[in-house]
Design a protein around this ligand. Sequence first.
Ligand code: SAM
Ligand code: ZN
Length: 330
Amino acid sequence: MFSDINRCKLDPRLILPEIPLPKAFVYPALRSTRDNFKCPSCDQALILQAESQPQTYRCNNQHSFDLAREGYLNLLLAQNKRSRNPGDSDEMIRSRQRFLNAGYYQSLSDAIVTAVAKAHSGTEQTVLDLGCGEGYYMQQLRIASGQGARGQEADEQNPSATNTTKLKLLGMDISKLAVRLAAKRNMDARLAVDSVYNIPLFENRIDTAISVFSPISVEETARVLKPGGKLIMVGPGAQHLSGLTALIYEQSLPHGGNTAGLEQAAQFTLLETIEVKQTIVVTGSDILDLLKMTPYYWHSRPEQQEMLAKLDKLETLIHFNLNVYQNQSN
Ligand SMILES: C[S@@+](CC[C@H](N)C(=O)[O-])C[C@H]1O[C@@H](n2cnc3c(N)ncnc32)[C@H](O)[C@@H]1O
Ligand SMILES: [Zn+2]
């Protein structure tokens, strides 16, 4: 019997050392980093696997997510999708990208850049864009930061930038097309497809969150913001796009806004409201893009769409409110 070997009176030099019982194979524990995206299945940190091809992020429980060719992670689990293609429609997203790229909302973009810069003092600022869409405002923040797409200090696009705060950009949207287009902007941002009602980040990570015409979850936003962190909610002012809506509705309709729930939320205190109002002249096919990027498209009749498509120019007010809140949670 094996167990008797050590007891028999053999020459001790012939006795084999005790061999440990083989253990079930365990994967080496992955380095945990709480600045990373977390796994939507088990909430563990997702870690980039060395030399994996395609680049793969994996958690300790072996759930893995391939980095898309454009450089984003799709963390939206099939069971959390309410439809096959959640979020804004592809047509809406492409129209919005063309319209925003044409610079019509530059005044809003400037106000967001200024508000984000004011929101935080320090050498580094981590900014999360909730419902980032196709990434226009993130790119504007990157350009204003003076750090190029690869994080270099001097950026040819903005050589005069004097901002010394290093900007770390994170963005998420539930629309895969939107995130793919945002990734193509090549703006050194970490991007994920997921819902703002289930943010794939650990708590207390974000200095400043922005939400431009997008939904938010008060609880989730407060959880990922650092104590004292800021939330900048951008929504429509009362006269937003009045020149367009006058051609669609018989009576002007009040805007719903996207700050419902924040006024009463114990987690947030309103610090200030910044108003941006300007008259713009939209020309040519940009008019139809403007219509298509808004919910007004669904409310307009085919003959109204045809009439707008034939217009050479449309003069309208644009009117935004930027509400800056402070996170009171700790
Ligand atoms: C009006 S668009 C604004 C996009 C972008 N912030 C901008 O201003 O260009 C609203 C965005 O919210 C996204 N969205 C809707 N529900 C969402 C959710 N539950 N989680 C994340 N994004 C969502 C849509 O896909 C869309 O891109
Ligand atoms: Zn996992």
